[in-house]
Design a protein around this ligand. Structure first.
Ligand code: C2E
Ligand code: MG
Ligand code: MG
Ligand code: MG
Length: 276
C-alpha cells in the first residue's frame, strides 16, 4: 500500500498512458465498423486553375462522424487506420466512392472534372495496388485521366519498388501527384526518376507568404523546379488574396484553399460547381 502511494507520480503517468491507449483501442474498434455503419463520407475541395480562373478539379477528403466520438478529424484517425491496417479497406472505399461520383456525373451529363484521392503509404505499397485501381476504374467505367492519386514523399523512398508501382499507374493513365511537397526530408532525385505529373506545395510554405522572405524563396524555387521538370504545380492552403497574387506572379499553375472554398459535401459541390 505504502509503496504504491509513494509511487503516485508513476501511477498517474501510467493511468494517462493507459487512458490514451484505451482510447486508441476503442477508436480503432469503432473505425473497424465505420463504413458498415455509414459513418464515413467524402467532402470535395475545389482547385482553381490560375490561367482560366476556373474550377476544374477537386480533392477528396474523408470525413468521419461517430456516435461516441463525434466528428473525428483525419489527422486523428488516419494514423490509427494506418497502424491497424484498416487504411486498405478505408482507402478502397474512398476510391470506389470517387469513381461512383464520376460515373453518376457523367451519366447526368456534367462536364468532366478530375478528382484527386489521397493514398497512404500502406495502400501504395500493397500487393497489386495498380491492378486494384484498374479494376475499380473498369467497374465504374471511369476515364483514368479524371482520377489523380496523391502520394507523399515518404512513399517515394524505396527506389526500385516505387518506380515499378508508379510505372504501372502511369500505364493505366491516372495522374500522380506528390502531396505536402517540401516537408518529407527526402532526396529530390526521385523527381527525375519517377513519372510524376503534379507537385502540391505544402500549405506551411503558403501560410507565411508575404511575411517571411524565406518562404517566398522556397515557393518560387518549387514553382521553378516543377516548371523545369515539366510538371504541374498547385499551392495548398491558399487563404488570402495576397498569397494568390504572389503565386500568380510567379506562374504557379493552380491553387486550393479556403480563399476559394473549404472541402464541401458532394451535394453542395454538384450545386455550386458542376456544369452541363
Ligand atoms: P492533405 O491531403 O494535405 O489535405 C489538405 C488538408 O488541408 C485538408 O485537411 C484540408 O481540409 C485542409 N485545407 C484545405 N484548404 C485549407 C486552407 O486554406 N487552410 C488550412 N489551414 N487548411 C486547409 P483534412 O481534410 O483535415 O485532411 C488532413 C489530412 O488527412 C490530409 O492532408 C490527408 O493527408 C489526410 N486525408 C484526408 N482524407 C484522406 C483519405 O481519404 N485517405 C488518406 N489516406 N488520407 C486522407
Ligand atoms: Mg492531399
Ligand atoms: Mg497529406
Ligand atoms: Mg497536403
Amino acid at each position: 500500500y505504502v509503496k504504491k502511494h509513494g509511487r503516485s507520480h508513476y501511477r498517474f503517468y501510467r493511468e494517462e498512458m493507459s487512458h490514451t491507449f484505451q482510447n486508441v483501442v476503442l477508436m480503432e474498434a469503432h473505425l473497424r465498423r465505420a463504413i458498415e455503419f455509414n459513418e464515413m463520407s467524402i467532402h470535395l475541395q475545389p482547385q482553381i486553375d490560375f490561367e482560366t480562373n476556373e474550377i476544374d478539379s477537386f480533392e477528396a477528403l474523408i470525413r468521419w462522424n461517430n456516435p461516441k466520438f463525434g466528428f473525428v478529424p483525419p489527422s486523428q484517425f488516419i494514423p490509427i487506420a494506418e497502424s491497424s491496417g484498416l487504411i486498405i479497406q478505408i482507402g478502397d472505399w474512398v476510391l470506389e466512392q470517387v469513381c461512383k461520383y464520376q460515373q453518376q456525373w457523367r451519366e447526368k451529363g456534367y462536364r468532366p472534372v478530375r478528382i484527386a484521392v489521397n493514398i497512404s503509404l500502406k495502400q501504395f505499397k500493397q500487393e497489386g495496388f495498380a491492378e486494384k485501381i484498374k479494376q475499380i476504374l473498369n467497374k465504374y467505367d471511369v476515364n483514368p485521366k479524371f482520377i489523380e492519386l496523391e502520394i507523399t514523399e515518404s512513399s517515394m523512398e524505396n527506389a526500385e519498388e516505387t518506380q515499378a508501382i508508379l510505372r504501372s499507374l502511369k500505364e493505366l493513365g491516372v495522374y500522380v501527384s506528390v502531396d505536402d511537397f517540401g516537408t518529407g526530408y527526402s532526396s529530390l532525385s526521385y523527381l527525375k526518376k519517377y513519372p510524376i505529373d503534379i507537385i502540391k506545395i505544402d500549405q506551411s510554405f503558403i501560410a507565411d507568404l508575404n511575411k517571411d522572405e524565406k518562404n517566398e524563396a522556397i515557393v518560387k524555387a518549387i514553382i521553378a523546379l516543377s516548371e523545369n521538370l515539366g510538371m504541374d504545380v498547385i499551392a495548398e492552403g491558399v487563404e488570402e488574396k495576397s498569397q494568390e497574387l504572389f503565386l500568380k506572379q510567379h506562374r504557379c499553375k493552380k491553387g486550393q484553399g479556403y480563399l476559394y472554398n473549404k472541402p464541401l459535401p458532394v451535394q453542395d459541390i454538384i450545386e455550386q460547381y458542376l456544369v452541363k
